[in-house]
Design a protein around this ligand. Sequence first.
Ligand code: GUN
Length: 273
Amino acid sequence: MEILDGKKLSQKVLESVKSKVEKLEKKPHLVVILVGSDPASQIYVRNKKLAAEKVGIKSTVINFPSDIEENILLKKIEELNNAVDVTGILVQLPLPEQIDKNKVITSISPKKDVDGFTPENVGKLAAGLEPYYYPATPQGIIMLLNEYNIKLEGADAVILGRSNIVGKPMAQMLLKHNATVTICHSYTKDIEDKIKTADILISAVGKNIVRCKMGNKNSVIVDVGIHRDSNGKLCGDVDFDFVSPSCAYISPVPGGVGPMTIASLMYNASIIY
Ligand code: GUN
């Protein structure tokens, strides 16, 4: 069994983004909007800002209070859409309940939508056209699989989770690479049987649920989950000690998908339209 070392590859990706940015005449500027003070979101936003600094991308964090009115947020996004010095806009999710998340995402200019969440970018990906940006987590996973020369063409890929952030765009990107894709979710029957058929298993559920032997010794496991167990230890969706002896490659938590997501986002933030 070999580790898919996201930490190592992320450093390589960040280095290459840095040297690209150094050569750019017009420099990128990423604006991150954070609404409220959710502790996990605060950490994610801080990490994005630190990564941007590391690669020479200017970043600005705008922090709104959690009771902000939707109009004010939409007005700010419109202002950023029109600001020539702003090249990327990211609204950290989740948003408070009084705000219509879809309305907010839709209001971002697709050419500045570094998350790839706007309907135009989602639609282009689904239609087999080039979006302006691919969503960071699935794009980072594809980079990681490519780095280890894992063949996607013809592979049976099983995705656990159907979120707009990971599961659905991951399925589209794997399809684009000619994999056969199964998406499992809370209503799926006999999930364990499906997991065992996977050449590539991508788990993005947010719960420690994968505890079975893989049916195929050459299988590849990518663990997108990150949470703390009852002892406070960071862990993923996959019971690493139980499952890893039955596969060929597995991404660890931490040190797998997390750093790749940030590097992939920086890759996106360096693209200017
Ligand atoms: N919250 C959790 N993941 C993400 C992400 O990839 N982008 C944004 N904007 N918010 C998130």
